[in-house]
Design a protein around this ligand. Structure first.
Ligand code: GAF
Length: 385
């Protein structure tokens, strides 16, 4: 947790004035349902107790002045000149500003101070958290009358247009809509959702961060999305009322995609199966069958690694390693893939022992530090000031 006072003090040091609003928007985990969101399927995320904080204040001119504490870096541009930039991090704010302009909303220059404790590049959606924090802060600063879901959409489109990743809505939705101690089952087709208590008894969610982010992540993500869309087009040739993989069965894929493109078939089949796994996992969670929930996580990892091919040696190693322990009910890679964290369902009393055993083994194999992150399902975006 970063305190409001600390943020006010730093804002004052950086901009020589006081902020009028401070917003906290969290990172997320996802229990199961990966690469389903952009296929109009289901996801099961929740926010975590680690967040991005932004503090804002109006300016008299039309400048956007940003300061990122993590990089100790300033960025400045006039609103009329915004475009995607090389620096990377400003894009998540500029993309949001671009979306506000697209919607013909009225706003002026502002200062924005950015800090946070979401580990960067760990697949915990620090970028979505920043987009949502920025969206919320500008909403209150300029009284834009946007709803939570509008802000999530704006964040998603900011990612498409300024970061070049054609992501789904899961990360932004989880950041703004989550509820403490619950997971959100979100239908990404119509954004209807329900909360389910995350009651894990003597088990806990433990994240293991590979501390790698392989560089092909964004382009491979967009490639996977393109494969899914191609599969849908093959199916639509016969089944014209199909809109997305959500409407597609394995039998349709067998009939219309397998004979044409084996790779597209494998990718599409994974998505159809992952939606089914999510429904089975939800049912298991609702009846308190944690062993079955854990098994679904292991199956999801096999699909993500072997069929969808979005894992990497570090993630595969971590999942293989924990599989040997009866105290670990399930594990899988989480998020877009090619690095980041695994999510593990582990007996609370075994967590520290597991971390102690695994850390040196991981270091010896990959020369990398393993970071364990214990997370608590938390509320979505909050306005702190
Ligand atoms: C990334 C994306 F941003 C999400 O929209 C989602 O597709 C996820 O990868 C995979 O499930 O986090």
């Amino acid at each position: 947790m970063i305190s409001k006072e600390q943020i006010k003090t730093r804002y004052n040091e950086v901009f020589d004035s006081m902020p009028t609003h401070i917003v906290r928007s969290p990172g997320r985990i996802n229990i199961i349902g990966e690469h389903t969101d952009y296929n109009e399927g289901f996801v099961l995320p929740t926010a975590i107790d680690k967040a991005i904080y932004v503090a804002v204040g109006k300016r008299e001119d039309d400048l956007i002045r940003l300061y990122a504490e993590d990089f100790k870096a300033y960025f400045e541009v006039s609103i009329a000149d915004i475009r995607p930039v090389e620096e990377g991090w400003p894009n998540y704010v500029l993309g949001v500003v671009g979306q506000l302009r697209e919607r013909h909303l009225t706003f002026g220059g502002f200062n924005m101070y950015i800090d946070g404790d979401v580990p960067l590049g760990a697949g915990l959606s620090s970028s979505a958290a920043l987009e949502c924090a920025a969206g919320f802060a500008l909403n209150v600063l300029f009284d834009l009358q946007l709803q939570r879901v509008d802000i999530a959409r704006i964040g998603q489109l900011a990612e498409h247009t300024y970061a070049g990743v054609k992501c789904g809505i899961m990360d932004q939705f989880a950041s703004v809509m989550s509820k403490a101690d619950h997971v959100v089952k979100l239908d990404c087709r119509d954004l209807s959702f329900s909360y389910t208590p995350l009651e894990l008894g003597e088990y806990a969610i433990l994240l293991l961060n590979t501390n790698v982010k392989h560089s092909l992540a964004s382009s491979a993500y967009n490639d996977r999305r393109a494969s899914c869309e191609e599969g849908v087009r093959f199916v639509q040739a016969k089944y014209t009322d199909v809109n997305s993989l959500r409407d597609v069965s394995i039998a349709m894929l067998d009939e219309l995609v397998k004979p044409v493109d084996e790779d597209v078939y494998t990718k599409c089949r994974f998505v159809v199966e992952e939606n089914q796994r999510l429904n089975d996992a939800c049912a298991a969670l609702e009846r308190g069958d944690l062993e079955e929930l854990g098994q679904q996580l292991f199956r999801a990892h096999t699909g993500l690694s072997k069929a969808y091919e979005v894992s990497c040696p570090e993630l595969d190693f971590l999942v293989d390693y924990v599989q040997e322990f009866p105290e670990v009910l399930g594990a899988r890679m989480m998020g877009g893939g090619f690095g980041g964290c695994t999510i593990n369902l582990v007996k609370k009393s075994f967590q520290d022992l597991l971390i102690d055993r695994l850390t040196p083994v991981y270091k010896a194999k990959f020369g990398l530090d393993l970071t364990a992150i214990k997370v608590v399902p938390s509320n979505g975006t909050e306005i702190l000031l």
